[in-house]
Design a protein around this ligand. Sequence first.
Ligand SMILES: [Zn+2]
Ligand SMILES: [Zn+2]
Length: 241
Amino acid sequence: MEITFLGSSNAFAAEGRYWSSFLVDKKYLFDAPPTLLPHLKQLKIPLTEIEVIFLTHHHGDHFMGVPFLFLEYMYMTERTNDLYIVGPPGVKDWIEDFADRCYPNITRDAGYRRIYVDASPGKEQTAGPVSFWSVPMCHVTESMDAFGYRAAISGKTVAYTGDTMFCEEVIALAEDTDVLIVDCTYSEGCGPEHMGLDDVKVIRKRIAPETTMVLTHLGGQPHLDGLANVVTAADLKTFTF
Ligand SMILES: [Zn+2]
Ligand SMILES: [Zn+2]
């Protein structure tokens, strides 16, 4: 399984890094930041091979790139195969409305289907060829739902926290995973609304040592001394597992 990070920072583009997002096996996209389209093109990803987009929550650094992809499929890159978009309940209305505000009527028929899947925690779901689980996370809970996802791809299991504070659900999300992609906004300490290096240390102790942790949504470069099997993401870098 190949995981390519399009970006590795938080909403503030800390240290000039781009917003967090990654692509698994060039087909499965986790979050869609504003810089999605230029980065897919820099990496020469075949745009029609993106099969599923998992959106964790409604913050702009995680979804605002989607309308540019619709625009691309309307005018520049012919697409006929289905595109699955997974997100918090109501994801269809939210994304279609947002895209139409960016480019009026961009959601009209363009020769392919967009199939939306509401995350439904507590059961296995499918989006095209991928089976996945969603787990509710703990991130600005007063204003929106946020989900972590665990997906089986290429015989491996990858999980992604999206944005969250530490909560027991993070441990549940990590169960039986080969790779856990983790919000590590704070290079020291922890919280509010996100995790930090102190949380990473707790998670490392509590989950299986074989699970590789990849830190993203970085507000800086954390010092990982003494932490086994933990690495930091970097913009446009590919990891193979
Ligand atoms: Zn974020
Ligand atoms: Zn957020």
